[in-house]
Design a protein around this ligand. Structure first.
Ligand SMILES: [Zn+2]
Length: 329
């Protein structure tokens, strides 16, 4: 039977399915390159990374109002719940709509309301980790952190860093991450995807990372693998994403078995499910082929989640009560 899942690395903008995007674009009178679900699905179909970025822009440009942001969270919570998700840390990038003129407050209010509604309607806990785009001016990082701190009581639990890891190392973001951490938020940057061990070390040292999103290129440095294991730093691994972006040439070459053998907790995640054509069950099936047992993935999520201790105790109880021998999907 399906088993309980904790997903810690999913971009809410990357969960918007073609049908939802059509509905939102119509509501906002935004033109799309296709006007039926079928033809838009064809546009969505993954080709290469450049095309993925085009689809990303298409989707994020259509999301404009509090209602849109709220809908995206609730829709994904329903989808993920169908795959067994009980706790999700959803990423969103508020600086992108803000750059297009949407008020920061509207973006945060929409996602926070969505998290509340997801819990009430679907029984899925959604915590939020707004992402800072590496290529934006530092003021956007400061605003992201300021709003994240202001919404800490409404489901925001951490801040992340995303975008081109190769062109924008984390150095300039040290002070804003320090401010977020002082306010009690977690640090969950992307690192070790496009770049190697040095980028992961910088995420740990400069950003005080609690977890690393991806982090799979830690396999290039045995010392780093040992450090991650010793410090209990969890990696949020996304198998399909790694294949789509070409970071890993094929599933057999995926570093997950080495990471697990090194004693590192690894969660299993979709990253951008609508754009990569995947879902949480498919990711777990792949991870399982690579040696990640369902219970080990759950334990990594339990350990790595930025939730409060009452929530963690609840997740621990759910894991303890589940009969993992029956876990198949
Ligand atoms: Zn990501």
């Amino acid at each position: 039977m399906s088993f309980p899942k904790i997903e810690l690395h999913v971009h809410l903008e990357g969960t918007v399915a073609p049908g939802t995007l059509l509905e939102i674009a119509r509501r906002n009178e935004v033109a799309l390159p296709a006007d039926s679900v079928e033809s838009l699905a064809a546009v969505y179909r993954f080709r290469d990374f450049a095309h993925f970025l085009d689809v990303w822009t298409l989707t994020t440009s259509a999301l404009r109002t509090e209602r849109d942001f709220r809908q995206v969270v609730v829709d994904y919570a329903a989808q993920a719940a169908a795959h067994g998700a009980i706790y999700i840390e959803g990423i969103f990038t508020p600086a992108e709509p803000a750059r297009r003129g949407v008020r920061w407050e509207e973006v945060f209010a929409g996602y926070c309301d969505g998290a509340q509604e997801a819990w009430e309607t679907h029984g899925v806990r959604v915590a939020l980790t707004p992402d800072i785009p590496r290529d934006h001016p530092i003021e956007d990082a400061e605003r992201t952190v300021g709003h994240a701190i202001a919404h800490a009581g409404r489901g925001v639990v951490g801040v992340g860093l995303g975008g081109s890891e190769s062109d924008f190392p984390p150095g300039p973001f040290g002070p804003v991450f320090a401010r977020a951490r002082e306010a009690g938020l977690g640090s969950v940057p992307h690192a070790g995807e496009a770049e190697g061990p040095e980028s992961i070390r910088a995420a740990l040292d400069v950003l005080g990372a609690d977890r690393i999103r991806h982090g799979i290129r830690a396999v290039e440095d045995a010392g780093l693998l040992a450090d991650l294991a010793d410090r209990g730093v969890v990696l949020d691994v996304c198998p399909t994403s790694n294949l789509r972006t070409g970071v890993v040439p094929d599933l057999a070459a995926h570093p997950l078995p080495v990471l697990l053998a090194s004693g590192i907790g690894c969660t299993v995640n979709t990253d951008d499910p609508a754009m990569f054509g995947t879902d949480l069950s498919a990711e777990h099936a792949m991870a399982r082929r690579l040696g990640a047992s369902p219970v080990a993935s759950y334990e990594a999520g339990l350990h790595g989640a930025l939730c409060d201790e009452a929530t963690r105790a609840d997740l621990r109880r759910i894991g303890a009560e589940f009969d993992w021998a029956t876990a198949t999907a």
